[in-house]
Design a protein around this ligand. Structure first.
Ligand code: ATP
Length: 243
């Protein structure tokens, strides 16, 4: 990594930047992913690079939705794979859910690289998009999904998703949980639950909640319906504007 001491005030942000660069160098993350990361960094800077109360509420709703889901799926793209591979593997394991590769800029080589990367981080298996299962309501290559994964999922966890696919997933009747630092993005506004936080901070907190509720789903069953995503997004936008 860049020669920065752990005491540097933006150490975590710089380490995360290094992880994305390593993702690009390893063929896991696209060059466009670097740009998306930059946009995320800007919002994180405005949020004070810490997890705020609205993100914690969304994490609770997301964990409850995941542990009470019938067929949850954890979707993985190039940025998420570079930043939080082990956490994604742990989440899928805790939920007994499949991991599925799903990328914005289609590339078979990169899909394979992401799969290998996740296997190297302990995933027992990783589903790949197939040509025999498609998402309705979307035209591009991104409509291809796995017939045993996203295609039949009731809840999909898609950190750092793009707006079109998020919209298509919702229109297919799926509940969608995303992590997105921009509360104004189409993804943030379309998802069922949006966690406005850096995925690197949100994942450990989400894992904690899932571990707490996994054996006791009854105690959190009402949380998803009580959650108001629009209210959370308004709170996030207010926090950003307040500086
Ligand atoms: P949309 O189509 O939803 O409007 P977009 O075009 O603004 O999305 P994309 O490039 O598709 O954005 O996706 C990047 C999104 O991910 C941005 O909203 C960005 O803020 C967010 N993001 C980037 N890095 C992180 C991160 N580490 N944690 C959480 N969110 C992130």
């Amino acid at each position: 990594m860049t020669d920065v001491p752990a005491s540097h005030p933006r150490y975590a942000s710089l380490r995360t930047r290094d992880a994305i660069v390593a993702g690009v160098e390893g063929g896991v993350t696209s060059m466009h992913g670097l740009v998306a990361h930059g946009r995320g960094e800007a919002f994180d800077y405005l949020l004070g690079e810490r997890t705020r109360h609205f993100a914690r509420d969304a994490i609770d709703a997301a964990a409850a939705m995941l542990v009470t889901a019938e067929r949850p799926v954890v979707s993985v793209n190039g940025n998420a794979a570079a930043l939080v591979p082990a956490d994604l593997v742990a989440l899928a394991a805790a939920l007994d859910a499949p991991l599925e590769v799903n990328i914005f800029h289609a590339s078979k080589a990169r899909e394979r690289a992401i799969r290998e990367h996740m296997l190297a981080h302990g995933a027992p298996d990783v589903l790949m998009p197939a040509t025999n299962a498609v998402l309705e309501h979307i035209d591009s290559n991104r409509r291809f999904v796995n017939p045993g994964g996203i295609h039949v999922a009731d809840v999909v966890f898609v950190p750092l998703e793009d707006g079109d696919r998020c919209q298509a997933l919702v229109r297919c009747g799926k509940r969608v949980i995303t992590v997105d630092l921009n509360p104004m993005s189409r993804t943030a506004r379309t998802a069922t639950v949006t966690i406005v936080d850096n995925v690197t901070r949100a994942m450990p907190l989400l894992l904690e909640r899932v571990a707490a509720w996994r054996g006791d789903a009854a105690s959190c069953r009402d949380l998803p319906d009580a959650f108001d995503n629009e209210r959370g997004l308004r709170a996030a936008e207010t926090a950003i504007r307040a500086g």
